[in-house]
Write a new protein. Structure first.
Length: 286
């Protein structure tokens, strides 16, 4: 090697955060609890930042989550009937701002395929090209509720698809899951370009018509006003306190509980407090 270009010492003089994380922990972790303690210790020592800590813990937790835990329930699926014309379903596509739609016949148990919104562009500027929905839709991927999320993520990546239809043990459709749903377990809520007009400091943020992202520190009064609920404002100051009382223990990310017919999911927490919740309102339609 030329002396004019001595080997770089950057790699040896500045260790990566993974090496620092290991070196700052005495002994190798023997279980997930010890590993979690090691990660928390590394964050306290500023070897990693809080966001990195949350992502590492998210990755660790993915292997314990089943598809049923993160799927969009059947009642919340936005679908298109295969008999509908473009004029009939286009307003739904534009209003929802989704990129993929299950196409059904008869009911939601009969999935014919998946329509990609981008596939409509071919017909948008070509009046001579006749649109037939059944010729445009793509094959629907079917997965069981019991499938592990980490396995599904690997399949999403290998087979390059982004949505799967979830079925129960009897073969009935129970919901759908997207690659974004899985990634949110790791990196937290993902905002897209349609969220630009939302105040970053807003405590309650709609995700769809019946699902909301809510900061755990939202006051019970504000929560009751927004959702027209009647949680006791004297027992807890924040909605996080209400949920914590209902659990009776410090829940982990991904845990869910029903309180007064509303489902709460913990989407971000640490060992001391809840940070972010996902709120599922009661199903209004089947």
């Amino acid at each position: 090697m030329s002396e004019d270009n001595p080997p770089s010492t950057n790699g040896s003089s500045s260790k990566g955060w993974i090496s620092q994380l290991i070196n700052n922990f005495k002994g190798e972790p023997q279980n997930k609890e010890e590993l979690s303690d090691m990660i928390s210790d590394a964050q306290e020592r500023e070897v990693i930042d809080p966001q990195t800590k949350e992502m590492i813990e998210g990755v660790m937790g993915v292997s314990e989550v089943k598809v049923r835990d993160i799927m969009i329930p059947r009642a919340q699926m936005i679908t298109i009937d295969i008999q509908q014309s473009v004029d009939q379903f286009l307003p739904l596509v534009l209003d929802s701002a989704h990129s993929r739609f299950p196409v059904i016949s008869e009911d939601k148990d009969h999935i014919e395929g998946i329509l990609l919104a981008k596939d409509l562009l071919t017909y948008a500027f070509n009046d001579e090209k006749h649109f037939i929905l059944k010729e445009v839709i793509r094959e629907a991927i079917i997965v069981p509720e019991s499938k592990r999320v980490d396995v599904l993520l690997r399949e999403f990546r290998q087979q390059r698809y982004h949505m799967a239809i979830v079925v129960d043990e009897y073969g009935g459709v129970s919901g759908l899951v997207t690659i974004e749903d899985i990634l949110e377990l790791i990196v937290g809520e993902i905002e897209d370009e349609f969220d630009d007009d939302i105040d970053e400091n807003e405590n309650i943020r709609p995700l769809n018509k019946s699902t909301y992202s809510v900061k755990a520190l939202t006051s019970v009064e504000d929560f009751n006003t927004f959702f027209e609920t009647s949680f006791n404002e004297e027992e807890s100051d924040t909605i996080g306190g209400v949920v914590l009382r209902a659990f009776g223990h410090m829940p982990e990310t991904g845990e869910k509980i029903d309180v007064d017919n509303i489902q709460f999911e913990v989407t971000n927490s640490d060992k001391r407090r809840l940070l972010q919740l996902k709120v599922y309102l009661p199903d209004l339609e089947s």
